[in-house]
Design a protein around this ligand. Structure first.
Ligand SMILES: Cc1ncc(COP(=O)(O)O)c(C=O)c1O
Length: 366
């Protein structure tokens, strides 16, 4: 593979994803698991992981953010239910979604009318989940609107209303607020039932709600981060690694990288590794992150550049061109987690892994 001539790569341990999904499945049962594989499965590779989950019956279906992401799964032969979690626009994309048997999210009157029109134009029933605004403030119809949307969709005969859901904004940090959101959700569910809605799949939980708040599970949990092992009690699936491509010894006073943000205060041995912000190893790691080389923690020196990063290997006598460098994952008994990188860069694990760019090949280990 031509793109493997550079030693920078992501390894995904399928056994970890399998174990995490099995654990989620068991935890939320009898509720189902919707495996959230949007943004290329948070950088882990949506097609490969959806294939694994479908083949081994590890999830009921998949959550994606856009019709494009859904079409990618269908193009790869995925036949399980797929729910598009985003709000669709332009409205022509409803036609594509219905054609590909993607379930769509309806959160406005406009969208309701458009999905009915698209289904009628195709002579094919659309399947939708309505989205309720309960406090996330992103997409969703408030309760009175949601009921009206249901009243438009249900009698149309063109659209099957299969579910109703909401999203908790602070499941991992504010249980009281989550409880308020769930109270609104429960009221809406009761009102829909009173209107005759039957068999709706109700869902509200993301990973942390699914594991920590049983009352949020309803009929389905939409799990992303825990499946990738980036939540407490789950096993990380991703390793990001490369190899040293250049070594030098510098004198005291030498500057390293753009804009002189690091100056050696003693003679140092410095390695250059072929990874940079073009790979999603972001500039915020400059002078902050550590890399594992020879089983030891080595500090990133100076600014991360687009394609290369410099690292202090003064203490690693055996470090030489070709030595392995682990940026996320384990080497020997040492480990750098995505959470550690997130903390150093002032962000969240979701961003650390999702930003790893398409330039980095993903290799799947059984
Ligand atoms: C609507 C929706 N549901 C579920 C998830 C999955 O969340 P998590 O990765 O925390 O499990 C997301 C992710 O952001 C989401 O946007």
């Amino acid at each position: 593979m031509a793109n493997m001539l550079r030693p920078t790569l992501v390894e995904i341990r399928l056994a970890a994803v399998r174990g995490n999904l099995l654990k989620l499945k068991k935890t939320v049962a009898p509720a189902r698991v919707l495996f959230v594989v949007k943004a290329n499965a948070y950088g882990h590779g949506a097609v490969e992981l959806a294939r694994l989950a479908e083949r081994e019956n590890l999830a009921w279906g998949f959550g994606v953010s856009s019709v494009e992401e859904g079409l990618t799964l269908r193009g790869a032969g995925i036949i399980s239910p797929v729910l598009v979690l985003g709000s669709l626009y332009p409205f022509e994309s409803f036609v594509e979604a219905i054609n590909a048997d993607l379930m769509v999210t309806i959160a406005s009157h406009d969208a309701a009318r458009q999905v009915i029109a698209a289904a009628r134009s195709l002579g094919k029933k659309a399947v939708c989940h309505m989205k309720l605004e309960t406090g996330m403030g992103r997409i969703g119809a408030r309760r009175p609107s949601l009921l009206k949307i249901y009243d438009e969709l249900a009698p149309s005969g063109a659209v099957a209303v299969a579910g109703m859901y909401t999203h908790l904004s602070s499941a991992d940090s504010d249980p009281e607020y989550s409880a308020e959101q769930l109270a609104i959700f429960n009221e809406a569910a009761a009102e829909l039932k009173a209107r005759g809605a039957r068999g709706l799949t109700l869902h509200a939980a993301n990973s942390s709600a699914a594991t920590d708040h049983p009352e949020s599970r309803f009929d389905m949990a939409r799990c992303g981060i825990a499946a990738y092992g980036l939540a407490q009690g789950f096993e990380p699936a991703m390793t990001l690694k490369t190899r040293i491509v250049f070594i030098k010894n510098v004198r005291e006073g030498a500057f390293i990288s753009y804009n002189k943000s690091f100056r050696a205060d003693r003679p140092m041995k410095i390695a250059t590794i072929p990874i940079g912000y073009g790979d999603g190893y972001v500039r915020a790691y400059s002078n902050k992150a550590d890399v594992l080389i020879g089983g030891r923690r080595c500090r990133v020196l100076g600014n991360v550049t687009m394609d290369m990063t410099m690292v202090d290997v003064t203490a690693v006598r055996e470090a030489s061109v070709g030595s392995e460098a682990v940026l996320i994952g384990r080497q020997g008994s040492a480990e750098i987690t995505a959470g550690e990188l997130a903390a150093r860069a002032g962000t969240i694990t979701y961003e650390v892994v999702t930003l790893i760019s398409a330039r980095v090949p993903r290799v799947y280990l059984e």
